[in-house]
Design a protein around this ligand. Structure first.
Ligand code: SF4
Ligand code: FES
Length: 258
C-alpha cells in the first residue's frame, strides 16, 4: 500500500492501481470516454486528466494510464484541469455532435457547444478505439482497424470492404460511446455499419421455438467454440435469448456481452 493525497484527503491505495481506479474507489467522479474496465487503458480521449504534484513532477497527467506512487498529490478538479477538460470536450463535440452520451457528459462539465464544429466532421466517431480493441482483444475477430493518420484517422475494415472476419456479434456497436457504429436487424438480416463502411452483413438464424431471427451463424459457431458445454447445448437447441430465458436455458447474448 502507498500513502497519497486525493483532493486534499490523505488516503491509502494499492500501488498497482491507476489514479482513475483509486479515484473511483474513493467515490470521485472523473469523466472518461475511451476507458472500459474490461479492456487495457488506451489514453486517447484525455478527458480523465488530473493535476499531480508531490512525488511526481507537477503537471497534468492522464489518470487512466498513470499509476499512483507513494507521496503523490492529486487534484481532480483544479482550475487547470477544468479549463483543459472543457477544451477537450469542445474538440470531441466537434467530432461527434450528435452523440447524446457525449452531449450529456459535456453539459455536466459546463460545455454546451463547440467552437470547432465543421460540417464534414460528423461521423460521430471520437476515435476512442473501444470498438477496435474489443473486437481484437475480447472477441478475437480482428474485423476492425484504424486507417489513415491525424485528422483523417478513421475506424474501418481491411481495405474498407465488408469484413470477412466480422462474426456479427454487434459488440462494437454496443460498446461505442457515441453511436458511430450501428447495428440494424431487418427482415431477417443484420447489418453493422459506420457512416462510411458496412462492417458486416448477415442472414440471421431463426429461433427454434418462436421463429424470431436472432443471431448470425458465424456468431453461434463462435459461441459454441468458446463456451462451456451448457452453452454449446443451448446453441444446439437454437434458442433466441428470450426463449432461452423462458425455458431456463442459458441467455446467450447476456453471457457473451461485456
Ligand atoms: S466507432 Fe465508436 S467505439 Fe469506435 S473509435 Fe469511434 S467512437 Fe470509439
Ligand atoms: S479515459 Fe483516460 S484518456 Fe480516455
Amino acid at each position: 500500500m502507498i500513502q497519497m493525497t486525493l483532493n486534499d484527503k490523505e488516503i491509502e491505495a494499492s500501488e498497482n492501481s491507476t489514479i482513475l481506479e483509486v479515484a473511483r474507489k474513493n467515490g470521485i467522479d472523473i469523466p472518461t470516454l475511451c476507458y472500459h474496465e474490461a479492456l487495457e487503458p488506451f489514453g486517447v480521449c484525455r478527458l480523465c486528466i488530473v493535476e499531480v504534484g508531490g512525488a511526481l513532477r507537477k503537471g497534468i497527467r492522464i489518470s487512466c494510464i498513470q499509476n499512483v506512487v507513494d507521496g503523490l498529490i492529486v487534484d481532480t478538479e483544479s482550475e487547470r484541469v477544468k479549463r483543459n477538460r472543457r477544451f477537450l470536450f469542445e474538440l470531441l463535440l466537434a467530432r461527434s455532435p450528435d452523440s447524446k452520451e457525449l452531449i450529456d457528459l459535456a453539459a455536466k462539465h459546463g460545455v454546451f457547444e463547440s467552437r470547432f464544429y465543421e460540417a464534414d466532421s460528423d461521423d460521430n466517431c471520437v476515435r476512442c478505439g473501444l470498438c477496435v480493441r474489443v473486437c481484437r482483444d475480447k472477441i478475437g475477430a480482428y474485423a476492425l482497424c484504424f486507417a489513415h493518420r491525424g485528422y483523417d484517422r478513421m475506424v474501418t475494415t481491411d481495405f474498407e470492404l465488408l469484413s470477412e472476419y466480422c462474426i456479427g456479434c454487434g459488440t462494437c456497436a454496443q460498446i461505442c460511446p457515441t453511436g458511430a457504429i450501428k447495428m440494424k436487424d431487418e427482415e431477417g438480416e443484420r447489418i453493422i455499419y459506420t457512416k462510411s463502411v458496412v462492417i458486416g452483413k448477415f442472414e440471421l438464424e431463426t429461433c427454434g421455438k418462436c421463429g424470431m431471427p436472432y443471431a448470425s451463424r458465424k456468431y453461434l459457431d463462435f459461441v459454441k467454440r468458446n463456451s462451456d458445454d451448457a452453452m454449446a447445448v443451448s446453441v444446439e437447441r437454437n434458442l433466441c435469448p428470450t426463449c432461452a430465458r423462458r425455458t431456463g436455458a442459458i441467455n446467450l447474448v447476456g453471457q457473451m456481452t461485456l
